[in-house]
Design a protein around this ligand. Structure first.
Ligand code: GTP
Length: 327
């Protein structure tokens, strides 16, 4: 037996070995016994928390560097035979079971009082004797603030990218958000310079049934195939958008509706003839209905799009697979 010089604790050779072993590890670590008393508090933990081993070993103050009031740490819960419910109570939505060790838990949290506020990842595991009885628990702490900040930066950048993004992922046509900003500025240009502008709303026919019968993935293939037909049949000054699920819009600057309808009729005809082949090898044709309108000076964006929409619904009511020009 040896005696730890600082605390006068009697320790076996193995305990002393563990004591020095933990001190050689650069990850902040402490251990407690079944009475919840701290038995080990390594140098890395002293450095991370500012709390010295000499003041901590032999006490039950493992909570002190982290929380304003006494409460169980993860290792205390392990000693109590941690069950998910008890860990959940103290680490609500912040913990998970370790995928390395049985009966070990990990939790992460933000600690405003440590430094200028730090994110820590705790891992706690039981220490078992030869009979598999719990004789203590060991807990490590890792500062994950840098990782958290990087995750946040990445998330913010992705968010910004999404906001700035103007393309629809599936069809690579412009998306609805981009449509509204483009549409409004095109309409104001028409008002200011008395330019001609036509719009076409297109809606695939019975698309719900297509999805329901052949599956969502097949539906997506139809959407991309249709988008390709649109791209092939418009001029470079025309702009096509995916407006909603199976709804598309095309803006035709400088042309009246009759002229725009020529392109739209070609799109309709090609779509009606296109064979989409299912996984089972079945050939399916999916038609499209469309409404075309030309801007009436000063009518405003709302009225303009409503007229095109109404024409499209007229095409549906007339039996689908056709193009209607708004009055
Ligand atoms: N596969 C796929 N389906 C989508 C997507 N977005 C929307 N949809 C589906 O498109 C279908 C649209 O159905 P409805 O608005 O009822 O229109 P419809 O069945 O074509 O009826 P009509 O317009 O009268 O011909 C719904 O089943 C949506 O789930 C998508 O990105 N992919």
């Amino acid at each position: 037996m040896s005696t730890h010089p600082d605390k006068g604790l009697t320790t076996s050779h193995e305990n002393l070995f563990t004591f020095h072993l933990l001190d050689s590890i650069t990850i902040p670590t402490f251990a407690i016994n079944t009475q919840h008393e701290i038995t080990h508090w390594n140098k890395a933990l002293e450095k991370a928390t500012g709390f010295l081993a000499v003041d901590m070993i032999g006490t039950k103050k493992q909570w002190k560097p982290f929380y304003p009031n006494p409460r169980p740490t993860l290792s205390d819960l392990i000693i109590e035979g941690a069950k998910d419910e008890s860990v959940e109570r103290f680490y609500t939505n912040k913990y998970h079971r370790s995928n390395v060790l049985d009966n070990a838990f990990e939790a992460e949290d933000f600690f405003p009082t440590i430094g200028s506020g730090e994110w820590l990842l705790f891992s706690a595991a039981p220490i078992l004797n030869a009979n598999h009885d719990i004789i203590g628990a060991v807990e490590t702490l890792i500062n994950i603030s840098e990782q958290k900040h990087s995750e946040k930066r990445l998330f913010d950048n992705q968010q910004k990218y999404r906001e700035l993004s103007t393309l629809d992922d599936l069809t690579q046509l412009y998306n609805a958000r981009h449509f509204f900003s483009e549409f409004n500025s095109e309409v104001s240009r028409c008002d200011r310079y008395r330019q001609v502008l036509s719009i076409c709303m297109l809606d695939l026919d019975d698309f719900k049934q297509v999805n329901d019968t052949y599956g969502h993935q097949f539906g997506n293939t139809v959407l991309t195939g249709f988008a390709d037909i649109i791209k092939e049949n418009i001029r470079h000054v025309d702009v096509a958008f995916r407006y909603g699920g199976e709804e598309f819009v095309i803006l035709f600057p400088f042309v009246i509706s009759n002229k725009a309808a020529i392109a739209v009729k070609k799109i309709r005809a090609q779509q009606a003839q296109k064979n989409f082949v299912t996984d089972e090898g079945k050939t399916v044709n999916i038609t499209v209905s469309a409404g075309v309108a030309t801007y009436l000076t000063k009518e405003g964006a709302n009225s303009f799009i409503k007229r095109a929409d109404k024409a499209m619904y007229q095409a549906k009511e007339n039996g689908k697979n056709q193009v209607v020009i708004a009055k």
